[in-house]
Design a protein around this ligand. Structure first.
Ligand SMILES: Cc1ncc(COP(=O)(O)O)c(C=O)c1O
Length: 471
């Protein structure tokens, strides 16, 4: 690879970029698992950008579907019209989400953070509609990430992304998260028995809120913050049971894990759990257009559709609220071109059987090949843990394997590995903070489901080389 694409750029340009400290290559083309920059350098996208791309780059039928929609009707406002494409895609998505969402409804947004904001407000309005106007708190977990808008940040636990904005966010309680490699209960059995203990903290916290908890939000499998940490057996079931007993809605944030990424349509399907609200984005459009979705179960939708708010017995609580309408909206919700992209992506994902391809528990799949290849990294001196499911994997680096001591945060070890990968033409998603929000280094690997065995072998060769270079 030439250096020019990485270095021959001014650090200040008209675009307010993510960082002023590093140059960015100019991307010009994508195809399959590859992205090319303006200098002709090719990168294998082994993190699907940020666990976004699932169907592969450059799929013509997606851009064709978007073009067709744009030519016919580019936009209408959802306060004035619905569109056939939004109605069709919502019905298909409810079907994809499974039996539990029969009779429910889908709210389309432009991405993950907007979807989380929507889910928080939907949960609040649900509680008001069913006569629980006191319920407004949304509980969540430490070391989680639910988005960058202020509401989503308030329920996130990612210290680096939150600390600056804490004076601006309304905070509710966060509970501990089962992170088996560094279990808070120091168990030695892969948290087989401590799932209940972690879940019990939710029950105590709900009780402490004195009837004010509206919902609990969690990533069924941790995304970027902890790096693909899987919950211990029974944990999600206990969480769902506690929520149900206390009338608290369970929101599953599947922005990263949804739409097949973990080898199931949604990651909650690995457990016997049904969320009241599913939130998804990223893989929903595979990056072809800004798109997110909130998939609400019938119970939630019925409460709002048949709303009691504004009726005589609830006038005292919220006299100015209109009943039978969701008090929320974005100009671009259910944007026809984004929805057309999402619908074409779902069709592609089904016709190419990509959810099955992502299943790491099934022999002969991309998921199982990636799992076997990454688990081989255990023999590296600095690889402490390899964890994940489907096509969502985390590799955690440690300075000392015995004590699990992390590298000093200022060393930015994950960043060094990421840079060494990039020099070799491999894109990964490096993160810091898995130990305590600041220390701890890991990479997220989440390739498109069209990755081949040869490409996986090449990824691992480069990754090993990059780890050795960073050591
Ligand atoms: C679990 C989860 N929720 C929400 C978000 C926010 O999504 P977006 O960046 O599309 O706003 C992300 C983004 O990484 C995520 O991983």
């Amino acid at each position: 690879m030439t250096q020019s694409a990485l270095t021959d750029q001014a650090l200040r340009t008209p675009v307010l970029r993510r960082s002023f400290r590093k140059p960015y290559p100019v991307a010009v083309r994508g195809e399959g698992v590859y992205i090319w920059d303006a200098d002709g350098n090719r990168y294998l996208d082994s993190s699907g950008s940020a666990a976004v791309n699932f169907i592969g780059h450059g799929v013509r039928e997606i851009s064709d579907a978007m073009l067709e929609q744009a030519r016919q009707l580019e936009f209408v406002h959802t306060s004035q019209f619905t569109t056939a494409i939004a109605e069709q895609f919502a019905a298909e998505l409810l079907e994809f989400a499974g039996e539990h969402f029969r009779g429910g409804a889908v709210y389309f947004t432009c991405g993950g953070s907007e979807s989380v904001e929507t889910a928080l407000k939907l949960a609040r309005q649900y509680q008001v509609e069913i006569g629980q106007p006191k319920c407004h708190q949304v509980l969540s977990r430490n070391q989680s990430y639910h988005g960058s808008t202020l509401g989503a940040l308030s329920v996130s636990g990612n210290r680096k992304r939150r600390d600056m904005y804490l004076p601006m966010v309304r905070e509710f309680a966060h509970i501990g998260i089962p992170y088996c490699y560094r279990c808070a209960f120091n168990c030695t059995d892969g948290c087989r028995n401590c799932g209940q203990q972690y879940a019990a903290e939710l029950e105590r916290t709900i009780e402490e809120s004195e009837g004010q908890t509206a919902a609990f939000i969690l990533e069924p499998i941790s995304g970027a913050t902890l790096g693909a940490v899987i919950p211990p057996p029974g944990y999600l079931e206990s969480i769902a049971d506690i929520c149900r007993r206390h009338g608290v809605l369970l929101i599953a944030d599947e922005v990263m894990t949804g739409m097949g990424r973990t080898g199931r349509n949604f990651a909650v399907e690995h457990s016997n759990v049904a969320a009241d609200i599913l939130v998804t984005a990223k893989g929903l459009s595979s990056g072809y257009a800004p798109l997110g979705a909130v998939i609400a179960s019938k119970k939630v939708v019925d409460a709002i559709a048949d709303g009691r708010v504004g009726q005589a017995d609830s006038q005292e609580c919220l006299p100015h609220t209109e009943s039978g309408a969701f008090m929320h909206g974005f100009t671009y919700n259910a944007h026809p071109i984004s929805v057309a992209a999402g619908r074409a992506v779902l069709r592609r994902l089904q016709s190419q059987k990509l959810v099955a391809a992502a299943d790491s528990e099934r022999n002969g799949t991309a998921g199982s090949a990636l799992k076997a290849a990454l688990e081989g990294l255990h023999d590296c001196d600095v690889v402490g843990d390899v964890r994940g499911l489907g096509l969502l994997w985390g590799v955690e680096f440690v300075r000392d394997k015995k004590t699990k001591a992390p590298f000093p945060p200022e060393m930015n070890f994950a960043g060094l590995v990421g840079q060494a990968c990039r020099k070799r033409g491999l894109l990964v998603y490096p993160m810091q903070g898995c130990v305590d929000g600041i220390a701890g280094d890991h990479l997220l690997i989440a390739p498109p489901a069209v990755i081949t065995d040869d490409q996986i072998r090449w990824v691992l060769e480069q990754l090993r080389g990059a780890i050795e270079e960073a050591e």
